[in-house]
Write a new protein. Structure first.
Length: 127
């Protein structure tokens, strides 16, 4: 494990997802998935999300688009909650899912919007 990359990954992960989310995820980690958790902390959070090549807002928008376009809906609520930390607005999210509708399909975008609306409601945000 690259200690620097792992430490950077944890710092970025906490900044994007929040301490409470990361603490819950860490508490659920077992010997079975520890290597996987290290991989995503170093690669996704320590490398991709920690890059200064684009803003956190843009990265958040790209992530939501890719999750919706590939049908990986289970992570959309987590990344909608993360918009509170990344600066992606509700209008940004709507624009993202409109792009998904045109380039990846209306059903995927529709489901992503449904998840976003429910998550914003849980967050106490008006739509």
């Amino acid at each position: 494990m690259s200690n620097d990359r792992f430490a950077q990954g944890m710092a970025t992960r906490r900044a994007v997802l929040g301490d409470a989310h990361v603490e819950r995820a860490e508490a659920e980690k077992t010997g079975f998935d520890e290597a996987f958790q290290t991989l995503i902390t170093e690669a996704a959070w320590g490398n991709v999300w920690s890059s200064d090549g684009i803003s956190m807002r843009e990265r958040s928008m790209l992530t939501l688009a890719l999750l919706a376009a590939t049908g990986n809906f289970e992570e959309i609520p987590m990344h909608i909650r993360a918009t509170a930390n990344t600066g992606a607005s509700q209008q940004d999210v709507l624009e993202v899912f409109q792009h998904v509708a045109i380039y990846a399909g209306v059903p995927r975008a529709n489901h992503a919007l449904k998840l976003a609306k429910a998550t914003y409601a849980e967050m106490g945000e008006s739509l």
